[in-house]
Design a binder for this molecule. Structure first.
Ligand SMILES: [Ca+2]
Ligand SMILES: [Ca+2]
Length: 352
């Protein structure tokens, strides 16, 4: 199957700024220098976010001080391959009539710009992404602690007649260091960035790079599609937990709501150093199929870029991507994080 995408770049600066404020991140400098003027504003926003987050930020800071060995040894070690997987009831014509199933889609990458300072000597092409739920039910995962750095997770799917079912997917939650210098309980492999080389006709002929970021929160950040049926008017799923001692957490995104990440965020990039020509910059929601959906084949979005990147018309053909690979796509292990120690913490205090 060939999937066509448009060859248009988009800028999401307004959206990025809005969501940066919502999430309280300090913007880094940009290649064109525009970001420098708003660093001070960003710092104020970060402070405000600290005050808004209040209890959760204070709680994790206190936890770190009281139990210094716990987080310091929380280096990510990939969990074992999942076993006992359930079939996807949302793809079963009879079963899904009884269920409110989610359907994740990815907005097109937005706010692209070149970052030359995060990794000196490298060119990073940053982009914002938005994971949207257009299904009839929430994309909800419930994690149970197994190790210091990860939880095994079950998906909850709500019944039309009331109640819910629990299915084992490939989902894991990862205690990931990210913005504000904190660790957050995120969905491992919730999304993936890929760069595909295009031939003269726009056919994607080779995946040449992948981005480092694979973990995302899942939350109700903005209600971007209020017309979606059963979309709640107010957020149901708040920001991810930063509780290092949490034994269970629930993450989700409601129908009509989006989890949005500005291009300035940690690891929102693909390293494009040394590349020239036309490429598809692809964002994929749920590449490992951690969430069972009513449609598993609409999870990608892309923009076409010419490298070295310059804003404006790219002068490339529209991209024709190959069929979605699903869980068979190569996995991207998360890189080691600054401050991580050895081991996965399984011996810390014997609690995990
Ligand atoms: Ca989908
Ligand atoms: Ca899925």
């Amino acid at each position: 199957m060939i999937v066509r995408v448009h060859a248009t770049d988009t800028t999401g600066d307004n959206e990025a700024e809005m969501n940066r404020a919502a999430r309280g991140e300090r913007p880094p400098r940009r290649a064109d220098g525009r970001g420098a003027a708003i660093v001070a504003v960003g710092a104020a926003v970060a402070l405000a976010a600290t005050l808004v987050l209040g209890d959760s930020v204070g709680a994790v800071a206190g936890t770190d001080r009281e139990r210094p060995g716990l987080v310091a040894t929380a280096r990510f070690v990939p969990p074992p391959p999942p076993t006992g997987l359930d079939p996807n009831p949302c793809l079963d014509r009879r079963k899904r009539r009884q269920l409110y199933c989610p359907d994740l889609v990815m907005k097109r990458p937005f706010g692209l710009y070149v970052d030359t300072w995060t990794k000196p000597g490298r060119l990073l092409l940053r982009a914002g992404n938005s994971i949207d739920n257009i299904g009839s039910g929430p994309a909800e995962l419930h994690g149970v602690r197994r190790k210091a750095s990860w939880m095994v997770a079950w998906q909850r799917i709500y019944r039309r007649g009331g109640g819910r079912i629990r299915v084992r997917t490939r989902a894991y939650l990862y205690f990931k260091r990210a913005h504000l210098g904190l660790r957050w309980w995120k969905v491992w492999r919730a999304a993936r960035f890929e760069l595909w080389r295009l031939d003269r006709r726009g056919r994607a002929i080779a995946r040449v790079r992948v981005g480092p970021k694979v973990s995302y929160c899942f939350r109700d950040l903005r209600r971007t599609r209020p017309w979606v049926r059963r979309s709640p008017p107010a957020p149901v799923y708040p920001a991810c937990s930063t509780d290092a001692s949490a034994q269970r957490v629930t993450l989700g995104t409601s129908p009509g709501w989006s989890d949005i990440y500005p291009p300035t965020y940690h690891e929102q990039w693909i390293d494009v150093t040394g590349l020239r020509g036309c490429f598809a910059y692809v964002h994929i929601a749920d590449p490992a199929n951690s969430v069972y959906e009513s449609n598993e084949r609409n999870n990608r979005a892309a923009v076409v870029v010419r490298l070295p990147y310059r804003p404006g018309p790219q002068g490339c053909p529209g991209a024709k991507l190959p069929a979605p690979e699903g869980p068979a796509a190569p996995e991207v292990p998360p890189p080691a994080q600054p401050g991580d120690g050895g081991g996965d913490g399984s011996g810390s205090g014997g609690a995990y």
